[in-house]
Design a protein around this ligand. Structure first.
Ligand code: AMP
Ligand code: GLY
Length: 431
C-alpha cells in the first residue's frame, strides 16, 4: 500500500514511525511532515488545510490509504473530499468531526443518549450566560464552542471570574468565531485520563489509555498548553473501568452518532474525569492525541497500519490489538516562552547522540532544518522524547536520560512528567 499521513507534529512522527514498520506499507508519504519524519517518509510540501492539493497529490502518487492526524483538516471536511474521490481514509467526516469542533454538538449528543458528562447550558447571548452563572455559583466552567487549540476553556473559581471569561470569549474576540457561542458547565472533580477507541461507524474497539499533563510548569502550575508530556497506560483505567467506559460512554456515542446520520469513523479520544461516582466525559477529540500518541504507539505490538486500514474499511471485527507489557512516557521539549510568544531558529544539538540512547526515541514536532542542514526550533512544542520500560518509574528515567543528552539551551521541559504514576509505583512498593 502507498500511504499518506496528513500533519507535521510529534503525533504524526509517531504515526509515520509505526506505519514504516508495517510490511503492508510499500511507500510512505507525509504532508507536510517535518525533518524527523523525513527519516521514515517522503515529505510533500502541502499544508493540511489545502484540501484540493491533498486530493491531487493522492492521484499523482497513487495513494491507497490516507491517515489524517490533526483536527483542523477533519473539521474542514478533508475526509469527505477524499472519500468523494473513492479514496480510503482514516478520520471522521466533517459532520462527525463536530464532536470535537463544536462542544455544544457534543453536549447535546450526550444529553440525548444518556452519556455521563457535566451538566451544561449553551449560550449565544453573554447577558443570558452571566445571569445563568449567577444562579449556579462557582466554581464553574466557561468554554468557547469551537476549536481553540486547547485554550478556549476557563475554570472560574468565582462568579466574577466566570463573567469576565464570558465577556472575553464572546465579545473580546479572543477566539473569533469559535467564541461566538459558549457552553457553561458544572465543574467536575476527579482524576483525568485520556481514553482511545477505534470506531468504524457501527462498532468500537478499545485502543489504549494515557494521561496528559496540560499545564506548562512542574506541579501542574501555569497556563494550559497542548500537552507537556504523557504516559501510557493510565493506571486508573483498569480492566473494570475500561469495560465501564466502553459501555457507558463510547458505545452509546457510536450508536448516537449513527442514529444522528453522522456515523463516526476513526479514533474517538475521550477526555475523561474519573469522579467518585464513575467516569464522566469532559470532551471528545476526533483524532489521536498529541503527545499521548507518542506514549501509546511504542507499546503496540500489532500492525497499526493494518488496524487503521481495517477501521477505515468498516471491518473492525477483523482486528485484534496486542500490546507489550510495558509502560511508555513522553516528555515534551518546548521553546522558552511557550505557550506565550517564543523565538524560532535556535539550533538543537546532539540529536545524533540522543538517537543512540537505549529504549527511547526522539519524535520531532516543531522542527525545521537551516541552511547548514542543522535541526532548529520552529514551533512551540518542538520535540517529544519517549522512553519505555517495565514500569512508568523506569520509563520516566529512560525518557529524561535522553532529554539530558539533547543540547538545546533555548528549550525547556517539565521535570515531573508521570508524577502521579510514579507516586503510585512507590506506594505499591512500600505496601
Ligand atoms: P477541554 O479543552 O474541554 O479538554 O478542557 C481543558 C481542561 O479543562 C481539561 O483537561 C480539564 O482539566 C479542564 N476541564 C474542562 N471541563 C471541565 C469540567 N467540567 N470540570 C472540571 N475541569 C474541566
Ligand atoms: N494532548 C491533548 C490533545 O491532543 O488534545
Amino acid at each position: 500500500m502507498k500511504v499518506l499521513i496528513i500533519g507535521s507534529g510529534g503525533r504524526e512522527h509517531a504515526l509515520c514511525w509505526a506505519f514504516a514498520q508495517s510490511p503492508l506499507c510499500s511507500k510512505l508519504f507525509c504532508a507536510p511532515g517535518n525533518p524527523g519524519i523525513e527519516s521514515v517518509a517522503t515529505c510533500l510540501p502541502i499544508k493540511v488545510e489545502a484540501t484540493a492539493e491533498i486530493v491531487n497529490a493522492c492521484k499523482t502518487f497513487g495513494i491507497d490509504f490516507v491517515m489524517i492526524g490533526p483536527e483542523v483538516p477533519l473539521a474542514l471536511g478533508l475526509a469527505d473530499a477524499l472519500r468523494a474521490e473513492g479514496l480510503v481514509c482514516f478520520g471522521p467526516s466533517k459532520a462527525a468531526a463536530q464532536l470535537e469542533a463544536s462542544k455544544g454538538f457534543m453536549k447535546d449528543l450526550c444529553k440525548k443518549n444518556g452519556i455521563p458528562t457535566a451538566a451544561y447550558e449553551r449560550f449565544s447571548d453573554p447577558e443570558k450566560a452571566k445571569a445563568y452563572v449567577k444562579t449556579q455559583g462557582a466554581p464553574i466552567v466557561i468554554k468557547a464552542d469551537g476549536l481553540a487549540a486547547g485554550k478556549g476553556v476557563t475554570l472560574a473559581q468565582t462568579v466574577e471570574e466566570a463573567c469576565a471569561a464570558i465577556d472575553e470569549t464572546m465579545t473580546g474576540g479572543a477566539f473569533g468565531e469559535a467564541g461566538a457561542e459558549i457552553v457553561v458547565e458544572e465543574f467536575m472533580v476527579g482524576e483525568e485520563a485520556s481514553f482511545f477507541a477505534l470506531c468504524d461507524g457501527k462498532s468500537a474497539l478499545y485502543f489504549a489509555s494515557a494521561q496528559d499533563h496540560k499545564a506548562v510548569y512542574d506541579g501542574d502550575k501555569g497556563p494550559n498548553t497542548g500537552g507537556m508530556g504523557a504516559y501510557s497506560p493510565a493506571a486508573i483505567i483498569d480492566a473494570t473501568m475500561q469495560e465501564r467506559v466502553m459501555r457507558e460512554i463510547i458505545l452509546p456515542t457510536v450508536k448516537g452518532m449513527e442514529d444522528n446520520g453522522t456515523p463516526f469513523t476513526g479514533i474517538l479520544f475521550a477526555g475523561l474525569m474519573i469522579t467518585a461516582t464513575g467516569p464522566r466525559l469532559i470532551e471528545y477529540n476526533c483524532r489521536f492525541g498529541d503527545p499521548e500518541t507518542q506514549a501509546m504507539l511504542p507499546r503496540l505490538k500489532s500492525d497499526l497500519l493494518a488496524a487503521l486500514y481495517a477501521t477505515a474499511k468498516g471491518m473492525l471485527d477483523a482486528i485484534e490489538l496486542h500490546w507489550q507489557d510495558k509502560a511508555a512516557l513522553c516528555v515534551v521539549m518546548a521553546a522558552n516562552g511557550y505557550p506565550a510568544s517564543y523565538e524560532k531558529g535556535s539550533v538543537i544539538g546532539s540529536l545524533d547522540k540522543a538517537a543512540k540512547m537505549q529504549d527511547s526515541i526522539v519524535f520531532h514536532a516543531g522542527t525545521a532544518r537551516n541552511d547548514k542542514g542543522e535541526i532548529t526550533a520552529n514551533g512551540g512544542r518542538v520535540l517529544g522524547v519517549t522512553g519505555w520500560a517495565a514500569s512508568i518509574t523506569e520509563a520516566q528515567k529512560k525518557a529524561y536520560a535522553t532529554v539530558d543528552v539533547i543540547d538545546w539551551p533555548q528549550g525547556f521541559c517539565r521535570r515531573d512528567i508521570g508524577w502521579r504514576a510514579v507516586a503510585r509505583d512507590k506506594s505499591a512498593v512500600t505496601v
